[in-house]
Design a protein around this ligand. Sequence first.
Ligand SMILES: Cc1cc2nc3c(=O)[nH]c(=O)nc-3n(C[C@H](O)[C@H](O)[C@H](O)COP(=O)(O)OP(=O)(O)OC[C@H]3O[C@@H](n4cnc5c(N)ncnc54)[C@H](O)[C@@H]3O)c2cc1C
Length: 423
Amino acid sequence: MATGLHAQAVSIHAGRGTLARIAFGTIASPFNYLLMIPQSETERLLEAHLGTFGGMVERGVELTDFVDGPDGVSCTLTHAGGRTEILDAAWLVGCDGAHSFVRRTLGQVFAGDTLPTGFVIADVRVAGLAIPPDEPAIFWHPDGAVMFFPISRDRHRIIADLGAAPLHMPDLGEMQRIVDRRGPGGITLSDPAWLSDFGVNERMVRDYRRGHVFLAGDAAHVHSPAGGQGMNTGMQDAFNLAWKLALVVRGDAGPSLLDSYGAERSGVARQILSDSGRMTRIVLLENHLAQRARNLIVRLGFGIPAIRRAMADRMSGIRVGYPDSPLNTGSAHGLRGPAPGQRLVSGQCDGGGPRFVLAARDCAAARAMIADHASLLAPDICPPPDENGIWLVRPDGYVAAAARNGHWPVIAAALGKVTSYGS
Ligand SMILES: Cc1cc2nc3c(=O)[nH]c(=O)nc-3n(C[C@H](O)[C@H](O)[C@H](O)COP(=O)(O)OP(=O)(O)OC[C@H]3O[C@@H](n4cnc5c(N)ncnc54)[C@H](O)[C@@H]3O)c2cc1C
């Protein structure tokens, strides 16, 4: 948070007119802003964090083969100098990006489409943009869109579609011409740090798991960068899988708990593919009449606070949930609090390690439940969102079970699904 910019809103414009400004202050989270941070910086921070656990990323080492057997995966690693190494692992997680070797080796189809329109991207200094310096701004023009994302105190990332032109590497002059034509005017670009082009694929796999092998991140799903959800979705995949793997490796859960990973995460990826695809097609509308109708609808629609709030929630990912998860048990019907599959927003419900947490008022009964499931449940009980209910919160903060006070068998059944799930 200290290294990123905190954007309070994102705005959409046509020429000098503002069509919409979506503020993030309404998001029900202490992090109610857009954190603008280059991905290289996120990766540096994550790698440093991994280091605090004694882990490290071995650069220049490639997975060149693997065989899944009854007890685990035998992996062949090829080092930079050509030396090979056999690594026997209990599990393999293919986080190897859109061209995933793991996915291809599993023979998984990456079903979907490639958008016909290409994009150009440039990290540059921008002068003359009359928008708060830390706010992303999108400009729509009959020719296409140009988007300004502040990525550091003195630099913006500019993205524009190429319309009918084929994919090609832009130069500063071309970016300046696009900005002059599609932007509000009076903007000067300079000092490009990076210029590139990219195409957009919308694809996902059907199965996130085969035997001891999983797929996560872009290896499992790719989509348009509209909405900025790609890396976030991959990290949510990892977050969803990590606690399940930890419980299974520890012997506290049956291996088929791991099947809930794909069941939960593929639904989220499908939704994101559909949302970002729709957003991209709206931006890329070519027909001028359709563009005029779009601009009018956006101006009127985003004039309504409830629509602005819903959009901010969508973009923040705060509403991501698992309503159809096989792990969900019970119901929050008639209670003021999240249903199974929704996040329980409370800083007090952290189990400290991969453990479930009970949120309940009846502490004696909760303590008895904790004593019966000491390895799965955190020792501390947290306050329930409604005094009349009991919540069982998963290690990733989502509700596994909800029930009215006294209905402890519902909680026991949810824990039973984890310990003997599928066996
Ligand atoms: C223009 C653009 C803008 C974007 N903006 C955003 C944004 O604002 N917000 C957001 O959340 N996302 C954004 N994304 C998406 C984001 O960049 C990706 O979703 C993210 O990088 C995927 O992470 P990943 O770890 O799954 O894959 P990758 O980042 O592709 O990493 C895969 C890694 O695996 C390694 N690898 C591959 N094969 C092997 C092998 N056989 N052995 C060993 N290692 C291997 C690769 O070297 C690489 O290091 C954007 C993408 C683009 C193109």
